[in-house]
Design a protein around this ligand. Structure first.
Ligand code: GDP
Ligand code: IMO
Ligand code: MG
Length: 429
């Protein structure tokens, strides 16, 4: 059996956790391949809701094995806290069920402090990061001065390397940002304990994954963030520092190019974004408030990781076509269709206007979005509540037309339609 890759087709928070939970019923291995605890993936089963930041969402299914890939950056404090919470919810976590790549990088308090200092220094030009130390941790990696998980295996060398890293960070904090230095001894004491707790989970996961594929097992790779936050292909510089797009799954798990089968793109029925950066279909006012929700419901548009209200807008089909191309998306999972119920009409951006010109493509990719104006197609809305519907035929005609319009304009089938956060609230075609 092959590797299937689930990616976010927008700016993150598309409902990847919800879709992974659905698909991992049939997977042997579930694997996170990029990012860190900037991610927040929600899985709702019955009346229980799990919020996963580092563990793969498919771990909620007791039969799966979870991998944390070499493409990730891992804050050990968050990971251990998450393991504790998931265990308390009755899910078994042990060194046979969870394996962490020896080549994943550690996030330290130094990276958190640098993330905050750099955001402050950017002022009005800030990126709006999650302040989880993601950018600085990947900077250490690319700079070849990062701390890899494998360093934990030799406690003395690990703590010496950590001490040198904190010294280096303190130099930067004081010299570049005029910030307070960190207390090295406290960090070293904490990381000694984290190291002892995480050591049994560390190994070479690429070999394990390849062996599973060769034995006919199925691996589901769980993307974090989204296509438009990709370091290379997103709305640079308003991006994250990793490769959340589908090729990142191969690099981030150590698998060959021929391994991948389906690429499932998760797309929300409208568009959201947290943090700064261009957003051509962004809405303000009453309509925005209507799509965002008040925060009363678990699924309203407030960040899973930071609680920030998300910016909202109409679905952007130009960007969705781009996501299909960049990832090689073979099918789409459309989420939150239920939220559009009750709107008289719904808009979809189909082209952009740049000056006097109408275009269907992005001249220089999404980094160039600031200058464009979205041009919309308007379709009929529907008033029916969709949350109890479980079949394509059961959907109101206008909702079916909305889905068909997306398929038609993007050229990829919508195989999954989610009409609520709970595992069973889905239509599979
Ligand atoms: P992720 O980061 O892509 O995994 O998405 P998040 O978990 O951050 O945000 C998606 C939110 O929408 C979560 O609160 C989900 O429970 C919720 N959700 C997912 N699918 C649906 C759906 O079809 N309808 C509704 N109402 N909520 C959904
Ligand atoms: P999931 O996996 C939505 C955004 C941040 C910011 C930018 C850079 O839940 O979809 P970073 O902390 O990564 O340096 O921030 O990326 N961002 C996300 N937005 N969902 C996410 O993850 C995100 N992870 C990062 O808001 O704009
Ligand atoms: Mg999220």
């Amino acid at each position: 059996m092959p590797l299937d890759i689930v990616v976010g087709a927008q700016w993150g928070d598309e409902g990847k956790g919800r879709v992974i939970d659905l698909l991992s019923g049939r997977a042997n291995i579930v694997a996170r391949y990029s990012g860190g605890d900037n991610a927040g993936h929600t899985v709702t089963v019955g009346d229980r809701t799990f919020k996963l930041h580092l563990l793969p969402s498919g771990i909620v299914h007791p039969h799966t094995i979870g991998l944390l890939g070499n493409g990730m950056v891992i804050n050990p404090a968050t990971l251990l806290e998450e393991i504790k919470q998931v265990r308390e919810a009755g899910i078994e976590i042990n060194q046979d069920r969870i394996r962490i790549s020896h080549a994943a990088h550690l996030i330290t308090p130094g990276h958190l402090a640098l993330d905050a200092a750099r955001e402050e220094a950017r002022g009005a030009g800030k990126i709006g990061t999650t302040r989880r130390g993601i950018g600085p941790a990947y900077t250490s990696k690319v700079n070849r001065s990062g701390l890899r998980m494998e360093s934990i295996l030799d406690p003395d060398l690990f703590l010496a390397a950590l001490s040198a890293h904190i010294g280096d960070v303190n130099h930067q904090l004081e010299a570049l940002y005029g910030a307070e230095p960190l207390k090295s001894e406290e960090i070293i004491a904490a990381y000694r304990v984290y190291g002892d707790q995480l050591r049994p989970y560390i190994g070479e996961i690429g070999a394990l994954a390849a062996k599973a594929l060769a034995a006919g097992e199925k691996i589901l790779a769980e993307g974090a963030q989204g296509t438009l936050l990709d370091l290379d292909h997103g709305t640079y510089p308003y991006v994250t520092s990793s490769t959340p797009t589908a090729p990142g799954a191969l690099v981030g798990l150590g698998l060959g190019v021929g391994s991948a089968d389906q690429v499932i793109g998760v797309v929300k029925a409208f568009q959201t974004r947290v943090g700064e950066g261009p957003f051509p279909t962004e809405l303000e006012g009453e309509l925005a408030a209507r799509l965002r929700g008040t925060g009363e419901n678990e699924w309203d548009e407030f960040g899973t990781t930071t609680g920030r209200p998300r910016r909202v807008g109409w679905l952007d089909l130009i960007l969705l076509r781009y996501a299909v191309r960049i990832n090689g998306i073979s099918e789409l999972a459309l989420t939150k269709l239920d939220i559009l119920s009750g709107l008289r009409t719904i808009k979809l951006a189909t082209t952009y206007r740049i000056g006097t010109e109408i275009t269907e493509t992005l001249p220089l990719g999404p980094a160039d979005l600031a200058a464009v104006q979205a041009v919309y197609e308007e379709v009929e809305g529907w008033s029916e509540d969709l949350t109890g519907i479980r079949s394509w035929e059961g959907l109101p005609q206008a909702a079916r037309d909305y889905v068909s319009t997306i398929e038609d304009r993007v050229g990829v089938p919508v195989k999954i339609i989610s009409v609520g956060p709970e595992r069973s609230q889905v239509i599979q075609r």
